[in-house]
Design a binder for this molecule. Structure first.
Ligand SMILES: [Zn+2]
Length: 274
């Protein structure tokens, strides 16, 4: 599932290609894809794309004189951009055709197809955004806010990092990387963290995400990509491989259907759960 760093690079690269272009064709190819607004997305027809923003794991397309289009790729969704003359594949669930002869397509190769798009005239009324916590790069994401969100919580620290109401945009992979950078075990309970550890964790969040954006950007350049680029990560997806810092084998625990990777030595994991 794409997380903040993936989406930031997609956002930037799409904006470089599509800002100022007008929508000349719309095709919604899966019933239920459009969760709010006319199911055929007709209000976007003929409108110019003026901005692509991101909030949490949502991309927000702003058009001149039209509602905002929110896109959440969920688990398997990806955005493709290329010549309109290319054949539309079976797994394509939405096509926006622009006046430069290119398409922006939402493609969901996996199953179930659960990506969603919404049209909202007023973003403050956008249900999917209402419960999101601050953006990790925003001035609102202060140490005070973060400490307050953690206070008294008897939850595992990894759960807190992926809780979109605490901080927006982090998923399973980058939560592992943030914890590795902060040298904190993913299995620690939040209420056992010292103030120093909370601060280390808070600093590790934007630092990890910024680093990841740079790494992804350096690999894809101006291109889009259709799977996560994660070869540079320290722990996530590297079970059994030597830690790049201390050489210990990276550990892995499957818990509630989620894969968690960590370095037992760097993160001082004495007793992983199950
Ligand atoms: Zn290590």
């Amino acid at each position: 599932m794409p997380e903040l760093p993936d989406l930031e690079v997609i956002r930037e690269n799409l904006a470089a290609r599509l800002l100022g272009r007008a929508v000349q064709g719309i095709s919604v190819r899966r019933p239920g894809l459009v969760r709010a607004g006319p199911p055929d997305l007709s209000p976007l027809f003929g409108k110019n794309l003026t901005e692509i923003a991101r909030r949490g794991k949502h991309l927000i397309f702003r058009f001149d004189g039209a509602p905002f289009l929110l896109v959440h790729l969920m688990r398997y969704g990806w955005l493709w951009h290329g010549p309109s003359r290319y054949e539309v594949t079976k797994s394509t669930t939405m096509v926006l055709s622009f006046d430069d002869g290119t398409d922006l397509r939402l493609i969901e190769p996996g199953s179930p197809q659960i990506a969603g798009v919404w049209l909202f005239s007023d973003l403050s009324q956008a249900e999917p955004l209402k419960k999101l916590g601050p953006e990790p790069f925003s001035p609102e994401f202060t140490l005070e806010h973060f400490s307050q969100a953690l206070r008294g919580k008897r939850r595992m620290v990894k759960k807190i990092l992926t809780d979109q109401s605490v901080v927006a945009g982090i998923g399973n992979a980058y939560a592992d990387e943030i914890l590795f950078l902060a040298k904190i075990s993913p299995f620690r309970y939040v209420h056992t963290l010292t103030p120093t550890e909370v601060e280390k964790l808070w600093r590790a969040i934007p630092e990890t995400l910024r680093w990841a954006i740079g790494e992804i950007k350096s690999r894809v350049g101006e291109n889009l990509f259709d799977k996560e680029i994660r070869d540079f990560l320290y722990v996530h997806g590297r079970a059994g491989a030597p830690c790049r810092v201390c050489g210990s084998p990276i550990g892995e625990v499957l818990f509630e259907g989620q894969r968690t990777n960590f370095c037992p030595r760097c993160q001082n994991v004495s007793q992983p759960l199950r």
